[in-house]
Design a protein around this ligand. Structure first.
Ligand code: FAQ
Length: 311
């Protein structure tokens, strides 16, 4: 009966055992996971677009190979995550439909434009850096398929982060113009990157429940603080300045204090009114439509094979 099932679910959570697809789980636990994993998958897929912009313009063959590998990894992460989401009983077509009609959310960060080559450095350094900070704890998420997917994803993200930081380092050790380009990219990507962690805990409707279910292991504000603490010394090594006049080491808390985040900008971007939201959705829809013949051919081939085996 339901009470026993609920008890068994709670016992597993308490014992740090994974919940698996065929296990009983509360409806809202399932819904929360479908929401988070699908948003995460969409973010990986849309996340290819800002960098895709620079694949043809990478300044050397070596840079191009690394950028191509990174963008391909993101496609892989997206597909991996859609599969993890499907184990919860939702169809991939349904998830894609939600993305293409603008009903589904994806990470706010990918609605900003990539204006210069230095943006490839800033994205790897800051956006992948923030993604790792958020995703390493997800390797201990209570839902087995999501937790296991995160292990591989995090390994690849750390390559992406190093790749980005190395671009920044090269630019910062280059000509004054190159260093200025790196500074400009930091100026534009800093605030959107720390917004990636989501609203403040007091304004985050899902955090408390997700922490109880051990889906989230840290709150949005905890992860944001960790990211800032880790990133400030990295900016110092680069010799560029984080665009926050209130950023200051606090000897008492042993953390950096920082200025207030523009939440109006964050919600505008989340609600579809960021600088590139329309462009990103249009690009995904176009790619999906252009791929229709591949899906049709794959279906026709499967059907042909099925008929052959049946005969
Ligand atoms: N953008 O109550 P909470 C990557 C929404 S990394 C847009 O705090 P929750 C790798 C949230 O969905 C980026 N929406 O929600 C890469 C909710 O709306 P809903 C992806 C946001 O779920 C790097 C509402 O606000 N990573 O792709 C954002 O407990 C470089 C209230 O928020 C993940 O998805 C935002 N930034 O916490 C690729 C990680 N923040 O659903 C290419 C997994 C919040 O009620 C290049 N996800 N919202 O309509 C998570 O850890 C969580 O879902 C959070 C949000 C922390 C994002």
């Amino acid at each position: 009966n339901t009470i026993d099932l609920e008890k068994e679910f709670q016992r597993k959570l308490d014992a740090e055992e994974k919940i698996e697809p065929k296990d009983w789980m509360p409806d809202d636990y399932r819904k929360t996971l479908i929401r988070q994993i699908s948003q995460h998958a969409h973010s990986e897929i849309v996340g290819m677009l800002p960098e895709g912009n620079w694949l043809t313009r990478a300044p050397s063959l070596r840079r191009k190979v690394a950028a191509l590998a990174k963008v391909q990894d993101e496609a892989g992460h997206g597909l991996y995550l859609y599969s993890a989401c499907e184990t919860l009983g939702v169809e991939r077509d349904e998830l894609l439909e939600q993305l293409h009609t603008g009903k589904a959310k994806y990470s706010s960060i990918f609605n900003y434009p990539t204006l210069t080559w230095a943006d490839m450095g800033a994205i790897g350094w800051l956006v992948d850096g923030a993604a790792i900070m958020n995703q390493v704890p997800l390797c201990r998420c209570s839902y087995g398929p999501y937790a296991r997917a995160m292990v591989r994803v995090c390994k690849e993200e750390s390559f992406h982060q190093r790749q980005g930081y190395e671009i920044m380092l090269t630019l910062c050790n280059g000509t004054p113009e190159q260093k200025a380009m790196a500074q400009d990219a930091l100026n534009r990507w800093w605030w959107p990157s720390i917004m990636m962690f989501g609203p403040n805990d007091a304004d985050s409707p899902h955090t408390a429940q997700s922490m109880q279910w051990k889906i989230k292991r840290f709150t949005n504000d905890e992860l944001r603080q960790r990211f800032i603490d880790a990133t400030v010394p990295q900016a110092d090594i680069l010799g560029i300045k984080i665009p926050d006049p209130d950023l200051k080491w606090n000897e008492e808390t042993k953390h950096y204090d920082f200025g207030s985040i523009d939440w109006d900008e964050f919600w505008a971007v989340v609600k579809g009114n960021g600088p590139c939201n329309k462009e990103r959705l249009a690009a995904r829809n176009k790619a999906h439509d252009n791929g229709a013949w591949v899906r049709e051919a794959a279906l026709a081939y499967t059907e042909k094979k099925r008929k052959k085996t049946a005969a």
